[in-house]
Ligand binder design. Structure first.
Ligand code: TRP
Ligand code: ZN
Length: 884
């Protein structure tokens, strides 16, 4: 029976009839529905006739029925926005193919066939930057996760592995360099100024790892000798003129190759490793086999244009993509639900690499800061999902901090529980068992379980349960015993109202108040809802240092008195715990202050405690500046908001700024001394000089907070004297937030100086939209009309708008203007680049946790987006889930 004529259905009310039709929901893909492919493609030969606005692609597939498949005689080839120019089967043209949505279906009578398909694409019109696209006169590809189907029809799923042979030809002047995966097997000149090249990749791989690059590029070339003595040629390709800025990337690449041999026993497996930098790119970089494609911002650096943080970012991302060669490429993912198999593991690998290259303690603090700023809000919001999601509508939406950063934390916990050596035995077994396969997270856990000899039965819950566990700690002291009573709760998340207790490995040390010493660090594992851990031999109640090194990604709530936190901030021998004590002290104070629960007198007492802890940090001779800088950074506003059920962003901002100003005044002399001392250290890339630059600009922020005039004078002087971008940007950041003539002078100079250098102009945009200036939203609107602004370049879009969305002072402006700016952006960007547009939705999706007035405006913005006809799947999924 027709639904409309069902008698129980109420007649459509005028109200309903007037309402916009509900947006069409994209189909839901479920992890449980996984089926092996019906057909395999052991070999593919691709032939490209390259043109910027017209590229013809001929694809020849050797297909074979999968003995483990469902026996279907229909071959399904995914397509996206493609029309087949011709289709042939076993050498003859056929017409009995059909389209199912955008997929191409062909009936195959036998066990093995050859299918040949021709398609035509327009790279210049590809503004989504998925598939084959044009960027600054060159051609390049991005295929993860489902971009290959925008180039040719193919079973575009990671469990179909093929050996790729690629031939390409094109105009020699437009495309002097022709690259693909693997090795170049042949090349030559053709007619009419064309040339061609043939590439072969001996390692079977899924389509998402395919890459092609053609354009006018120059290489920084070097080589690396592997542990078994093979010589690998290394090239970093950039646009002519950028070669001089690739030294750091090259050094990072060689360091990564060596580190993976030494730490994980992983050797590179081709004779050639190419990196190409492109300026239009949706993400950071991509690990295509033997041909990594990078966002220019993670390749190009020199002291004049890149900050110390930029240098660190390059080292980390170069490492990350290189490490994917084993964790991702040699062992890939069975399906996209297993994304954390490669991403979580590879993030852990790049974190360990960066820790070994610099200060491990500082690196750990930075990792935790990112987790708390990006992942905790995800875990407590409408888009919360386990590191191995159960369903998705658009996979691009699941390249999240949860899959990446929490995924890394989950694997790190296994390593913490078994120790480095046994963990290595586990990863060795994993690579041995699954080399050449498309594996699952379960395969990984099982390999660690078997190789490291540990029972991970209950631990698997970390893969299936979303939400940040809350651990409450209580100390009971009786006679000679200190008993730690720990309780865990895993909060409900969408689709998961009830949770089971998980194993939580916690590193603990109990300090004696009198001696300031502890009896050794211990690892305890909380795996029940509530558990008592007794420690013998404490005559007086000890000071508890818990979750040292951030051994578990949980939120700790403890009743430790402020004086214990001051104690730990000053003398915990675990640098992370020291940082954590400092943060807890400040968080505790600010949460109380924001909640209005502090009388003026009590507030001053608490501020004094903070200021004393700060003084100890500023005075300490035993601290290196890189660590001192970390300890001086106040907890982020987003992290503070996270501590409250419903947050008032302007109250948080005001209290945090007030504390900064108070510290700036109270400790002015210390900050001035620190600033002077740091200014005297000459530029170099060593840890001491980098530390000096770090504390220099942080001290400047406090000085400006306490005394804006002194701050402006010093900032302009620092800006003008700067011989490197770290100092220049640090000074400009302070000036950008001040309402003073020095601001315009420096911003104007900066633009003139670096006009034409896209990465530095990006900084110029984001400095202004991340500022605390009262007119920040007016500045943002003016920048949107700046001739250098374009919706077509994701770096530029992020520079203007991501900086704004991440700046609570601007985004949460009481007028609602910040929400409208981001809402408008999402609507205008969606038709151009849906993947990037969707990344702005979560900021509006936090409406449930914001005070009612703003909350309503955020919701209204989401509803306005939902009402747009023909939204992309990307934005639609994020918006419906955020409203839901
Ligand atoms: N695999 C890439 C990485 O983490 C991520 C990536 C790069 C990506 N480009 C993308 C993911 C485009 C989705 C879409 O290193
Ligand atoms: Zn990755």
């Amino acid at each position: 029976m027709d639904i409309a004529s069902r008698p129980s259905e109420p007649a459509a009310s005028p109200q309903l009839a007037d309402a916009a039709p509900p947006p069409q929901a994209p189909p839901v893909i479920r992890r449980e529905d996984y089926l092996p492919p019906a057909w395999l493609v052991p070999e593919i030969a691709l032939d490209f006739a390259l043109g910027l606005d017209d590229t013809r692609v001929r694809s020849k597939l050797a297909v074979r029925r999968n003995p483990d498949g469902n026996g279907s005689t229909t071959l399904r080839l995914n397509g996206d926005n493609l029309t087949p120019v011709s289709v042939s089967l076993d050498g003859s043209a056929v017409n009995d193919w059909r389209l199912d949505g955008s997929d191409l279906l062909i009936d195959l009578p036998g066990e093995a066939h050859e299918v040949e398909i021709e398609t035509a694409v327009n790279p210049a019109a590809n503004s989504q930057l998925m598939g084959l696209y044009a960027s600054g006169g060159m051609l390049c590809t991005q295929c993860e996760a489902e971009g290959f189907r925008r180039i040719t029809f193919f079973p575009d799923r990671p469990d179909v592995l093929s050996t790729f042979t690629v031939r390409m030809e094109g105009d020699k002047q437009t495309f002097p360099i022709l690259l693909s995966n693997g090795n170049c097997t042949d090349s030559g000149d053709g007619a009419d100024g064309t040339h061609w090249a043939e590439w072969h990749d001996p390692w079977p791989k899924p389509s998402y790892l395919f890459a092609l690059v053609a354009g006018d590029l120059v290489a920084n070339s070097d080589s690396f000798t592997t542990m078994s003595g093979r010589e690998v040629a290394l090239n970093i390709y950039v646009r002519p003129g950028d070669e001089a800025r690739t030294e750091h990337a090259m050094a990072s690449l060689k360091a990564s190759m060596k580190w993976d041999e030494e730490t994980f026993g992983r050797e590179y497996d081709l004779d050639l490793f190419n990196i190409v930098a492109v300026s239009d790119f949706n993400m950071g970089a991509m690990e295509n086999k033997g041909l990594n494609v990078f966002n220019t911002r993670y390749v190009l650096a020199d002291p004049e244009t890149a900050t110390d943080a930029d240098y660190d970012g390059i080292e980390g991302v170069i490492g990350h993509e290189y490490f994917h060669n084993w964790s991702g490429n040699r062992v890939t993912c069975r399906d996209w639900f297993q994304l954390s198999l490669k991403e979580g593991f590879t993030v852990l690998r790049d974190q360990l690499f960066s820790a070994d290259m610099g200060s491990a303690a500082v690196k750990r603090i930075e990792d935790v800061r990112i987790l708390r700023a990006a992942q905790y809000p995800e875990d407590s919001g409408p888009l919360a999902h386990p590191i191995r999601p159960d369903s998705y509508q658009e996979i691009s939406n699941f390249y999240t901090s949860t899959v990446y950063n929490k995924g890394a934390e989950v694997i790190r916990m296994m390593r913490t529980m078994v120790g480095e050596e046994r963990f290595r035995a586990g990863t060795d077994l994993y690579f041995e068992r699954h080399d050449g396969e498309a594996a699952t997270c379960e395969n990984f856990v099982k390999a660690i379980e078997d190789g490291a000899e540990i029972d991970l039965e209950q631990f698997r819950l970390w893969y299936s349960q979303a939400g940040t566990p809350q651990v409450t700690a209580k100390l009971i002291h009786e006679n000679n015993f200190a008993t730690l009573r720990l309780t865990q709760t895993v909060p409900p998340t969408p689709g998961q109202p009830e949770k089971q207790p998980m194993p939580i490995p916690l590193k603990v040390a109990l300090f004696e108040r009198e001696t300031g010493k502890h009896h050794g660090e211990q690892l305890i594992v909380l795996d029940k809802e509530t558990q008592d851990f007794p420690f013998k031999g404490y005559l007086r109640p000890p000071v508890v240092s818990l979750n040292r090194g951030f051994s578990a990604p949980v939120a700790i709530e403890s009743e430790r008195p402020d004086e214990d936190l001051v104690f730990l901030a000053a003398r915990d021998d675990d640098p992370f715990a020291r940082y954590e004590a400092m943060q807890s002290l400040v968080v505790r104070h600010l949460v109380k202050a924001v909640g209005g629960g502090l009388e003026e007198r009590a507030r001053d007492v608490e501020r004094d405690a903070v200021s004393q802890a700060f003084e100890a940090i500023l005075d300490s001779d035993s601290l290196e500046d890189l660590m001192r800088g970390e300890l001086m950074i106040l907890p982020a506003e987003s992290y503070l908001a996270e501590q409250m059920l419903v947050a008032d962003p302007s109250a948080i901002h005001a209290e945090r700024e007030a504390l900064k100003a108070w510290l700036g005044e109270e400790l002015q002399d210390d900050f001035l001394d620190l600033h002077d001392r740091a200014l005297a250290v000459p530029y170099s890339r060593d840890a001491e000089a980098r530390g000096a630059r770090k504390v220099k600009s942080i001290a400047l922020q406090y000085i400006a907070a306490g005394d804006p005039e002194e701050g402006a004078t010093r900032a302009l002087a620092q800006y003008q004297a700067a011989d490197n971008m770290t100092d220049r940007q640090g000074a400009l950041m302070v000036l950008a937030s001040l309402d003073c003539p020095e601001r315009e002078e420096a911003l104007g100079d900066f633009y003139k100086r670096y006009q034409g250098n896209a990465l530095v102009v990006d900084k110029w945009f984001s400095l202004q939209t991340s500022s605390f200036h009262p007119d920040v939203l007016e500045h943002a609107k003016a920048l949107a009309n700046h001739p250098d602004f374009t919706m077509n370049n994701p770096n530029r879009v992020r520079a203007l708008y991501m900086a704004l969305a991440a700046n609570p002072h601007a985004f949460h402006a009481a007028s609602g203007e910040g929400y409208r700016i981001i809402g408008d952006l999402i609507r205008r960007l969606d038709p151009v680049n849906p993947q990037t547009a969707a990344r702005f939705v979560p900021s509006l999706g936090r409406w449930r946790r914001i005070e009612p007035g703003r909350s309503a405006m955020m919701r209204a913005e989401l509803e306005k987006i939902a009402a747009v006809p023909q939204l992309s799947r990307d934005v639609l999924e994020q918006v419906t889930k955020s409203l839901g």
